[in-house]
Write a protein that binds this ligand. Sequence first.
Ligand SMILES: Nc1ncnc2c1ncn2[C@@H]1O[C@H](COP(=O)(O)OP(=O)(O)OP(=O)(O)O)[C@@H](O)[C@H]1O
Ligand SMILES: [Mg+2]
Length: 848
Amino acid sequence: MIKQLDNYLLGRSVRKYRAEAQIIQHHSLSLGGVPDGSLANSFQNLRGRTDREAMQVGFAIIVEMADRTLGKRPYEVQIMGALAMADGRIAEMATGEGKTLTAALPLAWNGLQTRAHAMTVNDFLARRDAQQLDPLFEALGLTVGYLQDNFGRESRQIAYQCSIVYGTPSQFVFDYLRDHIVHRHAQLMQQGRNFLLVDEADSIFIDEARTPMVLSGDGALDPSLWTDLYAFVSSLTHEDMREDKRTQLEKILVDNHGYESHLIVDRTKSSAFFSESGITVAEDYLLDKGVIATRDEIWQPSRSHIWRALNACAKAAHLFVRDRDYIIADDKAIIVDQETGRLSHGKRWNDGLHQAVEAKESLSIKPESEELGRIALSNYVSLYSSVGGMTGTAMTEAKEIHDLYGLTTVPIPTHRPRIRVDHPDIVFMTQEGKWRKIVEDVKTIHATGQPILIGTGSISDSEQLSARFESLGIDHQVLNAKQDEHEAMIVAQAGRLGAITIATNMAGRGTDIILGGNPELMVEEEADEESIARVEEACRNERQAVMEAGGLFVMGCERGDSRRIDLQLSGRAGRQGDPGASRFYIALDDPLLKNYGGDALKRFFLALGLGEHDGVEHSMINSSIAKAQAKKQAIHMTSRKEGLKQDSVIDKPRHVFFQLRDELLAEDPATIFDFASNKVEQAVERMLCIYLNSGKGFPETWNKAGLRDKLVGWGLSGDWFDGMYADFENDHYKIQGLKDQLVNWIQFDLRARSSQLQDKRDAMIHSSLLHAIDTQWKAMLEEADHIRAGIHLRAYAQEKPDLSFQKEVFRLFKALYFDIPVVMIDYVYACVSHRESQLDQVEDTAAA
Ligand SMILES: Nc1ncnc2c1ncn2[C@@H]1O[C@H](COP(=O)(O)OP(=O)(O)OP(=O)(O)O)[C@@H](O)[C@H]1O
Ligand SMILES: [Mg+2]
């Protein structure tokens, strides 16, 4: 019933968008005779208009301009998708339908009104899309920029000035976090967060949302310890978790369930635990090394990093594989993004995992770092006033996207019917059988001239397949994260007659393979008109030949973790109604099947009497794969929800801290001294509350000495304080009087001392105040981390971990927040009285 209602409502909004798209198309056709300049002017005149009619006129102008500048006129279905996104929805438009161009409409419209950010899965696509649409945006009088991993602050600032900015989630999120550690207003990068458009929305909203993004600075734990810890952990005995013994972590800690080994490795969940005997030997080892003094010590929150380090070493030893999860280059371990197959330069795993991997590979170990900020993607997304998205594959995840982000998904029909042929999967008993068959099929298909794209699960798979081809003299290209620069070129050629391209699953998203080759990328930059025309002509002819050979043939070397990933890969073929084909080759010991039901299939195969290298097409396999993918997705979903729940607990505090900081950063330096001076009153009030319980309760419980020490610590006279206190001691109702005296005294003192800073005064005081907020925010993150690490032990104490985490974090937040004025005055005093260590720090940042 509900399903029917949903379908009815969806159908209705699709019809509504179609009618509106027709109006826009109609209007755009009437603009044919208008000169470019006037068209751009009319567009600019729509700035500030928020009504629907204005948007329709705006869209019509963009459609006409797209035709003039790009030679592509958005189809009706593209305008429909654009309308859905402008309405803050997710448009599901099949692969190859032209979402890049579709996005131009809501982006240009919102870029005109305020500013628009476009998020996509990797740097290559961010650059490609920005460059592709640049002529259109420029003709409309808008500017477009993009962010890349290797961009410094200045390039980023320039990009963010543009009406439309393209980048990956981590670019946007880290810039946001970095904007909250700068000390000068002029260092800010992002110019607000208004409209956000998310391409490949399922990947970004679902897959990327798994781990909160953490901004780190330099930090604490002794790097020399890692090598020893890793050597110790990797020498421990281990075994795989047995299916029938799958229990909660707590259970394993309590009793060993017959596990003999020190470590239990759960490959399906990518985790490794210490068994009870493992914990005992670890404690012995740490005691022996003098890292801890008593057995219980590793359970103390302040020592949680040791326990974390041990667990990280266990993971590094048994779950993380070189050339699959990371590669080694220049004495560094570089993460391979499992979703995109790309190298994540500069990104580091947290929770000590990166150090553990560095220890494992005998690389130089970068100290574990201190956390400067963190936010889960979904919480970042919620900072925008409006969010729209698009992807080829979202309907299966529509519910989760709606639950997490409150966005509805609308399926948009295709422009032309799809004619791609998806062949049934072939399954093999062994890897060897699978690879042999792939090579054999490649040879047969290649003989017909049909271009082939082969998607592999990992860099090492693509390398070994490439080696097989090489030994057979089969000409081919390898597209993996290792040769970033040539990527665009390889993609441009992948649809040419007889091309063979091997790619890790990065090719599964967003790349556009044009049959017959992409002339734009094939001509030299300074080529003349004539040679351009020649290349275009050649591509057209070649396209005809490729179409006759059947279009692009996509081969998948394994099924991915979700059906969406598979659809993305096969979606490289049959774009825009082109012919094409796809087939997946699977072995029972592929990662997906090995951990989920591969054994049952193996028995079934043996019963069929299949030989080691034989392959078979069978319907039973489809359902096994679907089940395995569903299981894997369910596990991912649970961990996503966990991550989000924990991040949401600090979402409110983050809001408060960041807002406070934003306001302070925007404060005029000329009045900053008055600002600080005003803070003295709050600081004194807080101190009287801490030390004298605000004059309430029994005087015996007050801590006069503590208050005195604090003031003396700031360089104030203890005798003077004693004098002021005497009055109050005689009459406890005079707490207000004491407060006023202290406030006046401190304000006067600060003014006198700060005069010696001369022209540096305001900048340094501004920095000190920001430092105070940062100190409290960092303490918040660090303490929350300790609470989080210790929280699972609470399960023993019959407490609900979630709830106690929430309660404790809130208590922590209150304390840290109310202390801010005191910490501010602390830093200001450090600054005016030249207290060495803190001053250096403040001066450094003031200079930066
Ligand atoms: N209106 C149009 N007229 C002509 N060609 C178009 C039009 N829209 C898109 N195309 C072409 O269609 C091809 C596919 O476009 P694009 O890569 O944007 O698809 P996509 O929907 O983003 O696919 P994916 O889901 O794989 O990312 C491109 O070559 C593009 O130039
Ligand atoms: Mg795309």
